[in-house]
Design a protein around this ligand. Structure first.
Ligand code: ATP
Ligand code: MG
Length: 392
């Protein structure tokens, strides 16, 4: 018996120990959830692999579901291939030839066969299986030549509980199953950086909720819509996301009249962190995530980051800290947020920005000035109480 399947590889090293079973089950659930609407698919656990099979009326056309599987964190890659239940060498020969004919019908190419024999009971050793199958394909397909050193195509045969045959391996993102590393709240602006930061932490298995600080009428509905759109794009990888929208106009106007202009951004960012931390406590999350990159702008110097983080009691994860802008942009393009991020809608920091912002704020000085801001707690409390929740 042979059938078309999708072979799913996941990261083994990170999945050692007791968590392994939990991780694998999470992956199975995520795959099921992501492909359910495309037909009657079934996910089977094989040693070190997950196998997606099509049942009933569902034709085994995997093209539509491959992108939905690849965007699941923890998955290293997928290979569309064939599963052979009766692993006699004749069956493997025929299934391999069928697969090669389907994928490389009349294209002139070189190939080799690579056999991996996990099932040590199998009566023929790997090299011999490769040789037998390779010869069979070579004799039956005029367009293919053999090249064992530098082939265009590698046909892989995995001998496990069943045999699996494939020639295309498509890489996923790796990482850890979403939700397996706790929770954090990501500060999501409409820029290029913060969606990438949120995505990177989600990739490491951290369940991410987002918060956006909105300052109408200085920031318009379209700016808010843009953040919502960005959260939706990141959600393709996470299966959903909570987006909190906190109104910050009153706070910004208050800071504008109360603090030295060159330190405005520092106070604003501190206020954002305080509210984000309150949200994190409400969400039972253990950290915050920002898109800061060291040296990128005035507030992202070491002293600036220090003065901002000083108000937080939980870790502030800054996955972009050591990245150059181009590296961040490359990821933004890869995950699909870039085009949305560059839409030209104002953000709250660009409106209230100082001409010559302080680049080396002293935390002690900032603390002192802030302690004199009598209304700040009350304003932040109100903003927190009135925040809006959008379930994405
Ligand atoms: P981004 O590209 O993410 O907007 P940026 O390069 O514009 O970042 P800043 O404006 O200094 O840098 O913001 C630094 C970080 O602070 C952002 O990455 C984001 O995590 C957070 N942040 C800034 N503005 C907002 C906002 N209006 N709402 C939520 N978070 C914000
Ligand atoms: Mg920004």
């Amino acid at each position: 018996m042979e059938e078309k399947v999708l072979i799913v590889k996941y990261g083994e090293i990170a999945m050692r120990g007791n968590n392994r079973k939990l991780f694998v089950n999470r992956l199975v659930d995520s795959i099921r959830k992501n492909i359910d609407e495309y037909g009657d698919f079934y996910v089977v656990k094989e040693q070190g692999r997950l196998i997606v099979e099509a049942r009933g009326e569902t034709k085994a056309e995997f093209d539509t579901i491959i992108p939905r599987v690849l965007c699941i964190f923890g998955i290293l890659g997928v290979a569309p291939g064939i599963k052979v239940t009766d692993q006699s060498i004749d069956n493997i020969k025929e299934a391999s030839l069928k697969h090669m004919k389907e994928f490389f019908g009349d294209k002139e190419q070189s190939f080799k066969v690579l056999t991996k024999r996990s099932n040590k009971q199998y009566p023929i050793v790997s090299n011999e299986v490769s040789a037998i199958v390779g010869e069979h394909i070579f004799e039956n397909m005029d367009n293919l030549s053999v090249d064992v050193h530098n082939p265009d195509v590698v046909l892989t045969i995995e001998l496990r509980n069943d045999a699996y045959i494939y020639s295309h391996y498509i890489m996923g993102y790796g990482g850890l199953p979403y939700g397996s590393s706790g929770k954090a709240v990501a500060l999501l602006s409409g820029g290029i950086d913060s969606p990438v930061a949120a995505w990177l932490m989600a990739k490491r298995g951290v369940e991410v909720s987002a918060v956006y600080f909105h300052s109408p009428p200085y920031t318009g509905e379209r700016a808010k819509q843009k953040v919502e759109d960005l959260a939706r794009i990141v959600s393709r990888f996470t299966g959903g996301m909570k987006l909190y929208v906190v109104h910050f106009t009153e706070l910004q106007l208050y800071l504008l009249e109360s603090v030295p202009e060159d330190k405005l951004t520092i106070f604003l960012k501190r206020a954002m962190m305080k509210v984000a931390e309150k949200i994190a406590l409400k969400e039972h999350a253990d950290g915050l995530v920002t898109g800061d990159s060291v040296g990128q702008v005035a507030s992202q110097t070491m002293q600036g980051l220090n003065a901002i983080s000083a108000v937080c009691n939980m870790p502030v994860l800054r996955p972009l800290a050591g990245m150059d802008k181009q590296e961040i942009i490359d990821i933004a393009r890869k995950i699909g947020t870039f085009e949305t991020s560059i839409l030209p809608y104002e953000d709250c920091c660009t409106i209230f920005v100082a001409k010559h912002p302080e680049t080396r704020p002293k935390t002690s000085v900032i603390n002192k000035i802030e302690s004199r801001l009598e209304r700040i707690d009350e304003i932040l409390e109100k903003a927190f109480e009135e925040m809006e929740l959008i379930e994405i």
